[in-house]
Design a protein around this ligand. Structure first.
Ligand code: AMP
Ligand code: MG
Length: 389
């Protein structure tokens, strides 16, 4: 059995070479940029008006200004303004020569082809060429996660496609002769499959793709067949259940028979002790304990950072600083615990939790509280850092 931190070290040492592909901009949403984006243009590309109003020279203090042309967005101004002249201009339109300010329409009067200023205004209402971004500026670095904001700025640079890391394909296999798919009928001794659903949701939530292998009965051949099939196709295999000490827990043995190099088979974590990790060639394997809270927690702590790395992204979990609202105590402290907790208004409350099968507790929680191995209590009033889930 190894400590949580040692398992993390082992996983971090596994070398990953994510592949790159060029995709249309909108397909890059949620993906990770695989090259720098450098601007080929100035933004804005020309001095432009920030208001609907009148453009003229700030040094021109004439009592009234002759309107010599009207400039709409997209027009090229035809006239150079002289003293006593202005151009009627729309938001986003190019400033004419001889103008360096725009007065907004609301504080002017227009009569017989002349504009007069009713109220002075300090702002120039001009967006200057290159004031936001200059040609050659680094806009986004390789490794950036593409959110709607990034999509917008890439589009504004005129780029229609970007290089991103390829989406890893994750093969998910559920084991257990007692497991029934939701929608089916539950006979005595059976339970519904929740792990394939939580795992698929967790993987998809990260923007990776899932190939679902269904439920394998607890017999060696079925599991082995499906795992071998995955081999050819997927980048990561996640197997739920069948990894612990029972007579029908075949997964570690099957992986070894298939030539998978196992790095660990037990982690000092609660929930989630019987967690298996191995590699064969470029494919990685996680065998997760079947209990639903264990599956969820082990994915969050170990699989998620690894999968993000396969996606080219260096993931940092989000920790919230909070104060314990009540005492937490435990009798055994050999393992690092991750407890489902509720963070609210600066405080953390533990939720009623019966152990690793208690999915309802997870649904009542929005964070995990890590209690390190060797620590048997977290006292009311102490500061903790909980991990958002
Ligand atoms: P195992 O790791 O296979 O020994 O399973 C541990 C516990 O988790 C057992 O009570 C299983 O019935 C339960 N379990 C296993 N797989 C699933 C699943 N896909 N969905 C919900 N519960 C499961
Ligand atoms: Mg099982």
């Amino acid at each position: 059995m190894i400590q949580v931190e040692d398992a993390e070290k082992i996983l971090n040492k596994i070398e990953i070479k994510p592949a790159i592909e060029e995709v249309p901009l909108l397909e890059a949403l949620g993906r990770v940029l695989a090259g720098d984006v450098v601007s080929k243009i100035d933004m804005p590309p020309f001095d432009k008006s920030a208001m609907d109003g009148f453009a003229f020279s700030s040094s021109d203090k004439s009592p009234a200004y002759k309107i010599v042309e009207t400039i709409a967005a997209g027009d090229i101004p035809q006239k150079e303004l002289k003293k006593g002249e202005c151009a009627k201009i729309m938001t986003g339109a190019m400033l004419p020569k001889g103008a360096d300010r725009v007065i907004k329409r609301e504080i002017t009067a227009e009569e017989d082809g002349f504009m007069t200023i009713l109220e002075e205004e300090k702002t120039l209402n001009v967006c200057h060429k290159g004031e936001d971004v200059k040609t050659g500026d680094l806009i986004l670095s390789s490794g950036a996660l593409i959110r709607p904001q990034e999509t917008a700025i890439i589009a504004s640079m005129g780029r229609a496609a970007v290089p991103v890391y390829k989406k890893p394909l994750v093969g998910i296999l559920t084991t257990g002769s007692e497991i029934v798919e939701p929608g089916g009928e539950l006979r005595q001794g059976q339970i519904y499959n929740s792990n394939a659903y939580s795992l698929t949701a967790q993987v998809r939530h990260m923007g990776a793709a899932v190939e679902y292998g269904g439920i394998a009965l607890d017999d060696k051949t079925g599991i082995k067949e499906q795992v071998s099939r995955f081999f050819e196709k997927v980048d990561m295999v996640i197997i739920s259940g069948g990894v612990s000490m029972g007579d029908f827990d075949f997964v570690p043995g099957i992986l070894e028979e298939l030539g998978v190099k196992l790095y660990f088979q037990k982690i000092a974590i609660k929930p989630g002790k019987p967690t298996v990790f191995g590699t064969k060639d470029e494919t990685v394997f996680f065998g997760l304990p079947g209990n639903p809270v264990s599956t969820f927690v082990v994915f969050e702590i170990f699989v998620k950072p690894f999968l993000y790395r396969m996606m080219g992204f260096s993931y940092e979990p989000f920790f919230i600083e909070a104060m314990m609202k009540q005492d937490y105590k435990r009798k055994k402290s050999a393992r690092t615990a991750f407890l489902p907790v509720m963070y609210r208004d600066g405080f953390v409350e533990t939720v009623e939790y019966h152990g690793s099968a208690h999915l309802y507790a997870l649904s009542q929680a929005n964070a995990l509280l890590k209690v390190p191995a060797g620590q048997d209590r977290v006292l009311k009033g102490s500061t903790v850092y909980v991990r958002q889930v």
